[in-house]
Design a protein around this ligand. Structure first.
Ligand SMILES: Nc1ncnc2c1ncn2[C@@H]1O[C@H](COP(=O)(O)OP(=O)(O)OP(=O)(O)O)[C@@H](O)[C@H]1O
Length: 321
């Protein structure tokens, strides 16, 4: 059984649903947040859900949980219809929403107790708090005084209550220090090892690369790529990632204008350029002609970040999934 199944799902936000000033909106302001989206996440997979800001990720997640209803198409979660059987879905799903707000007056332990009661689970709150790196002392404090990372750990703990079949994690490493981010990755792996499906949405591509079996890249509400990271790397064959050490200033626009370049970013004195294999020489020449000197360069295997930029920044006609 597939854990998540979207079939031809479209979501248009009409004027009356808008969060923005409805009085100033016209029918042309209707936003298509998700556009004929179809994909499947298999049971037990750790699936990375990526896309630039405004791509439609939160809208998709909200449709899985019936917080937002699709304009058309069908959404099934854990074998249930996301709309008519949303209670069944929520019972079996643990959610870490983006930017979770804690209840200021409740302690960390009380948050867990509340989640355990709501899910009719029999977890030990202290065991879960320990798992997400909150001490007994933290557990007794009111969450209103928690740091951002502590609140994020607490929210992750609440998502783990009841050993859910599906974990939906929206930006789970937000606010976490490096140790916290590693603990979060370990928890994702442990949850996958016990058989849970993990749907993981994040802009922190290193985290996604470290834990996900497969990723989907969303752009303008449609999936433009869906594969394992190695598979996406193979699809990008012919695409090189150049790391170029430069002495002197180079405008990124000079490099971006070179034929065959899909993205160029600066990392200190190093330029990181994704381009077709045959564009490498043209890139070096363009940098030297702009007055800077190339002191060294190397070609890398594409990281998930390189792949993401190549897919999301290229003209839609240039890259196909
Ligand atoms: N309630 C709403 N009313 C009107 N438009 C909305 C609403 N919710 C989302 N949108 C629009 O739908 C599009 C997709 O938004 P969504 O929040 O799903 O993107 P996202 O991929 O989660 O972005 P981010 O990475 O910035 O969180 C955007 O154009 C957004 O403005």
């Amino acid at each position: 059984m597939a854990a998540i199944e979207l079939d031809g799902v479209t979501k248009r936000f009409e004027e009356h649903e808008g969060l923005v000033d409805t009085l100033r909106r016209s029918p042309s302001d209707v936003v298509t947040a998700v556009d004929s989206l179809s994909f499947t996440v298999e049971d037990g997979e750790v699936f990375g859900f990526l896309g630039p800001n405004g791509a439609g990720k939160s809208t998709t997640i909200n449709m899985l949980l019936d917080f937002v209803r699709p304009t058309s198409g069908s959404v099934r979660v854990l074998g249930f219809d996301a709309q008519s059987e949303s209670v069944e879905v929520r019972k079996r799903t643990g959610v870490l929403p983006e930017g979770y707000d804690v209840y200021d007056r409740l302690t960390g332990r009380e948050h867990l107790e509340f989640a355990i009661e709501s899910k009719e689970a029999d977890d030990d709150p202290d065991e879960i708090l320990g798992r997400v790196g909150l001490s007994q002392e933290d557990a007794d404090r009111r969450a209103g005084g928690y740091s951002k990372g502590m609140a994020q750990r607490l929210a992750l703990g609440m998502a783990l209550v009841g050993n859910p079949d599906l974990l939906i994690l929206d930006e789970p490493s937000s606010g976490l220090d490096p140790a916290g981010a590693k603990e979060m990755r370990d928890i994702v792996r442990e949850e996958a090892a016990r058989g849970a499906t993990v749907f993981f949405s994040s802009h922190v591509l290193g985290q996604v690369e470290a834990v996900c079996d497969r990723v989907g890249i969303l752009r303008n509400g449609a999936l433009i790529a869906e594969d394992t990271i190695d598979g996406l790397r193979e699809q990008m064959q012919g695409e090189a990632v150049l790391r170029i050490d430069v002495v002197g200033d180079v405008e990124l626009g000079v490099v971006e204008a070179v034929e065959g370049v899909s993205s160029a970013t600066a990392d200190g004195d190093t330029l990181v350029v994704s381009c077709t294999d045959d564009a490498k020489t043209r890139v070096i020449t363009a940098i030297e002609e702009s007055g800077a000197t190339v002191s060294d360069f190397e070609t890398d295997a594409a990281s998930l970040e390189d792949i993401f930029l190549a897919y999301t920044e290229a003209e839609p006609t240039e890259v196909t999934a």
